[in-house]
Structure formats: structure tokens, C-alpha cells
Ligand binder design. Structure first.
Ligand SMILES: CC(C)(COP(=O)(O)OP(=O)(O)OC[C@H]1O[C@@H](n2cnc3c(N)ncnc32)[C@H](O)[C@@H]1OP(=O)(O)O)[C@@H](O)C(=O)NCCC(=O)NCCS
Length: 175
């Protein structure tokens, strides 16, 4: 496992970033729950993700507590792409640049830094997430293309559309 420890600078010197470890599953579940805004999946799902996809997941820790995360993976048919499945910051730490820093640190993980594209689906009603991905693209000097992916009728219950945000091409040095 590539367990990359990185010290942060601008947000708070007490924060640090690293890839997820197999034992982080329960803490990821708790963080996603605490965001109050993300769709909470089963605990088993986060245990599995931390165990098998930890190299493409990032956590931000403060005093040993996870305060932000990016849960991601490489779509098997698109190995040049890093997909953000969930990104979340504790409510009390929002609006200070941590979401952007998380994305930048996540894209710079050894497992991700060779990828040409960053993708995510962003719900039509999630203004913060839309702004975050557009800002990330701008800072990378990359385009942010938005196209339909998961339209409301694909969901088993009422759900806003989740269009695909595709950011790139990235040259491996801009992020
Ligand atoms: C989305 C989220 C991760 C952003 O984290 P954050 O630390 O608040 O974001 P940042 O402070 O780094 O801001 C990044 C950009 O988003 C913008 N932004 C942040 N919150 C915003 C809001 N509520 N409405 C509109 N724009 C917002 C910022 O202004 C900034 O853009 P700018 O630099 O162009 O001005 C955070 O709001 C969150 O955890 N939300 C709940 C979970 C979620 O919805 N995740 C995304 C779906 S997977």
C-alpha cells in the first residue's frame, strides 16, 4: 500500500493527509455520516473500500480524527481516470479551502498522479460540490466538461440527476 503522509500548510498546521489504510473503514463510515449531506452506504462498503481501494482514497486527520475524505477508485475500463465517488468535509471546517486541498492531495497520491482525467458525478442541487470541482479544474488549467450520466429515471427512488463532471486532460504536474 502507498500510505502517503503529507503535511498541510494553508488550512491548519494540525491537519495532515494520507491515503486510507485497511483499518479506516469504520472511521470513513462515521465521517460520511457526520457530513450530514452525503448518501451513507453500509459500513461494510467502507470497510471493503478501505481494504481494497485505500490507495485511491484520501483522509485528512486532525488529532488522530478523520475530518475529511475523498473516496475514489479507477474505473476498470478507464485506467487513465481517477473517479471521486464521495468527498466530504465536517460541517464546521467547510468554506476554508479544505475541500479543494483534499482534491488536490487526492489527485497527487501515487496511485492517482499518472491519471489524465478526474471524474465525479455531482447532483444538480449540490452547489458546493459543483463549485469545488470547477475550482479544481481551473486551478489545474484544465477543462471541466459536464455531460448526462445518471438521470433521475435510473434511480429506484426520486433522486436529482447526477451528471458526469470530467476534468482534464491533466499532465501529471498541474495537480
Ligand atoms: C463539497 C464540500 C466537500 C466542499 O468543501 P469545502 O471545504 O467547503 O470547500 P472549499 O472551501 O475548498 O471551497 C471550494 C469551492 O467551493 C465553493 N463553495 C464551498 N461551499 C459552497 C457552497 N455552500 N455554495 C457554493 N459554493 C461553495 C467555494 O467558494 C470554492 O469555490 P471558489 O474558490 O471558486 O470560490 C463540502 O461542502 C461538503 O463536505 N459537503 C457535503 C458533502 C458533499 O456534498 N460532497 C459532494 C458530493 S460527493
Amino acid at each position: 500500500m502507498n500510505d502517503t503522509d503529507r503535511s498541510t500548510t494553508s488550512i491548519s498546521p494540525s491537519l495532515h493527509f494520507r491515503s486510507a489504510r485497511p483499518g479506516d473503514g469504520a472511521a470513513l463510515w462515521q465521517l460520511v455520516d457526520a457530513t450530514g449531506a452525503l448518501e451513507l452506504n453500509s459500513a461494510y462498503f467502507y470497510l471493503l473500500f478501505a481494504a481494497d481501494f485505500g490507495d485511491t482514497c484520501l483522509v485528512a486527520e486532525r488529532d488522530g480524527r478523520i475530518v475529511g475524505t475523498v473516496v475514489g477508485y479507477h474505473p476498470p475500463r478507464r485506467p487513465d481516470t481517477a473517479f471521486v465517488w464521495q468527498i466530504g468535509v465536517l460541517p464546521e471546517l467547510r468554506g476554508q479551502g479544505l475541500g479543494l486541498k483534499l482534491l488536490q492531495e487526492w489527485a497527487a497520491l501515487p496511485a492517482n498522479r499518472g491519471c489524465k482525467w478526474v471524474t465525479a458525478t455531482v447532483a444538480d442541487d449540490n452547489a458546493a460540490s459543483q463549485a469545488l470541482f470547477r475550482r479544481f479544474a481551473r486551478d489545474c488549467g484544465a477543462d471541466c466538461e459536464v455531460s448526462p450520466l445518471f438521470t433521475p429515471e435510473l434511480f429506484p427512488r426520486p433522486h436529482p440527476a447526477e451528471p458526469l463532471y470530467r476534468i482534464g486532460p491533466l499532465d501529471g504536474s498541474a495537480h
